[in-house]
Write a protein that binds this ligand. Structure first.
Ligand code: SAM
Length: 229
């Protein structure tokens, strides 16, 4: 999967996306991440990206002309690169704006995105957000929120989305890290997972449930099902 991120702060993504499973996914070619500095599309010598809101009020709004220029450039460059390559799904990117006003991100949505799209463009807002005409004009396919609270920018939400989606790209998780039987997965009826234990068997008087020690897999499955919530 290819994911392009449009942000005013590309530096924020180093660290969370360059360690562990997500770095390995990139090294192995399962995931390609590209970051585009919105400032580069700013207007004039000051590279202006925002302006005060019509109607007054606090805060600044990211400009539609700047964002659309960035979205169109990223899309065009991506399409040029993709041409000639063997593709299984559509050539068009799925363009997501991270926004508190968007649809709340849930596991089923994560799976749907991973399954349906092989190219995402994520737009991170800042300040008061973006000019509504970017959405109304059809440059965004969907708005996604990571929860009912407000963050300073769309960078952390974009990282959350990337991490959650990447786990569902075939090959990203090793066998021992399978995403099939996890909290909110279809296999667990979208319920929260059962608890886990590892050695030692007795930790400061706290014992591992007996059923997990007897090797009876039918009993273990039954116990685990009973622990879903
Ligand atoms: N004025 C906006 C509102 O009241 O809905 C909040 C803007 S917020 C300070 C700046 C940016 O952070 C947003 O444009 C969005 O990209 C991002 N953001 C903040 N909270 C978010 C959330 N819960 N989910 C997704 N994106 C969020």
């Amino acid at each position: 999967m290819r994911i392009d991120v449009i942000t005013l702060f590309p530096g924020m993504f180093t660290g969370p996306l360059t360690e562990s499973i997500l770095q390995r996914a990139q090294d192995d070619g399962h995931l390609e991440l590209n970051f585009h500095d919105l400032r580069e599309f700013g207007i004039g010598s000051y590279r202006q990206v925002d302006d005060s809101p019509y109607g007054g009020g606090a805060g600044m709004v990211l400009k539609a002309d700047v964002i659309v220029a960035a979205l169109e450039r990223v899309e065009l460059e991506g399409e040029k690169r993709k041409k000639g390559k063997k593709r299984e799904k559509g050539l068009k990117p799925h363009r997501i704006y991270l926004s508190p006003r968007g649809e709340r991100l849930e596991q089923s949505k994560v799976e749907q995105i991973a399954d349906k799209h092989e190219w995402l463009i994520l737009l991170c807002g800042h300040y008061e957000g973006i000019d509504q005409r970017v959405i109304d004009g059809g440059w965004i396919d969907e708005e996604i929120s990571i929860g009912d609270y407000v963050l300073t920018g769309g960078e952390l939400p974009a990282m959350v989305l990337i991490d959650a989606v990447a786990r569902h790209i075939p090959g990203v998780l090793g066998k021992e890290e399978s995403a099939v039987e996890e909290s909110f997965s279809e296999a667990l009826d979208r319920k929260k997972e059962y608890p886990h234990y590892t050695r030692p068997e007795d930790f400061q008087g706290l014992k591992v449930p007996e059923v997990l020690l007897n090797g009876n897999h039918a009993e273990i499955d039954k116990w685990r099902s009973s622990q879903l919530s």
